[in-house]
Design a protein. Structure first.
Length: 279
């Protein structure tokens, strides 16, 4: 048995000469001495090099994003952000198409509108018809749910409006409401690049940008409410746009600890958002 093993090892180590001859002169131009063991070793080394090369390409280049089941938190955030931006762009396009259609009706004489304000009003009425319309079954279920879950909060002076509000950003409240020190709102710390939703249904009245606060969105709502959203990395709405409560209007900061500054005003008086909204 040992002799057979030694014989096989000798055969693997036995070297063969590979020669390259000149066809005309039969002169040897190149030669290579190679054993089966050398050939196997060379083949394995080449396989390892190729495997390492492709592994580096897959792990350290965007190609890894195409691997099945591969996903990171950054990718999911980007997907959500792109989806929200696409939804917002589609809404803008729909409004512009509606505006053009109404303008065409004015030019052809089908609609008699004397001012641009009236035209804008007609566009808004047309664009909002059927928007987020509830069915009778949904209305019935909603009324039953509201009646069963109704809770009287006698400690909160503004509880009549509490059901109108939507949490703009889920997170931890850092700086509390303190108007005496100039803190007219609260700071909400959350994950970076999180979608910021409208706390109330209303109209976007201002969008601005400053170096300290990044983007700031101000909205006007019924009952003389004003909501202010600051420290935004991107905005998904436009001025004069109608927004419903819970609709994404912006993206929070991209820093590791992003913070949304949120203010709530009524009749030119600052209110504590935590009296109305659970964060």
């Amino acid at each position: 048995m040992k002799e057979k093993i030694k014989t096989k090892i000798r055969k693997l180590r036995f070297k063969y000469k590979i020669s390259i001859l000149n066809e005309n002169t039969l002169e040897e131009t190149h030669s290579l001495r190679l054993s089966p063991l050398n050939a196997i070793t060379l083949f394995v080394v080449l396989l390892l090099i190729v495997f390492a090369f492709y592994s580096v390409i897959i792990l350290f280049t965007p190609i890894r994003n195409y691997l099945p089941g591969y996903s990171t938190e950054e990718m999911r955030d980007n997907y959500m952000r792109n989806a929200l931006m696409a939804d917002s762009l589609m809404e803008v396009v729909d409004r512009q198409n509606t505006y053009i259609a109404r303008l065409r009706d004015v030019v052809t004489g089908d609609i008699d509108i004397q001012s641009r304000a009236a035209l804008d009003s007609a566009v808004n009425d047309t664009a909002t018809k059927g928007f987020m319309t509830r069915t009778e079954r949904e209305e019935s279920f909603l009324k039953e749910y509201e009646n069963s879950e109704a809770i009287e909060d006698t400690n909160t002076p503004h509880n009549a409006y509490a059901s109108m509000f939507f949490t703009p950003l889920k997170g931890v409240v850092g700086k509390k409401f303190n108007p005496q020190s100039g803190q007219y709102g609260i700071n909400i710390t959350a994950k970076p690049s999180s979608p910021v939703a409208a706390a109330l249904s209303g109209t976007v009245i201002s969008i601005s940008y400053t170096i300290g606060d990044d983007y700031t969105v101000i909205m006007s709502s019924d009952n003389n409410f004003i909501t202010v959203y600051s420290n935004l990395s991107d905005v998904l709405v436009s001025p004069n746009q109608k927004v419903y409560a819970g609709q994404p209007i912006a993206i929070s900061q991209t820093a590791s600890e992003s913070s949304l500054h949120f203010e709530l005003w009524q009749n030119n008086m600052p209110l504590n958002p935590e009296d109305f909204i659970i964060f």
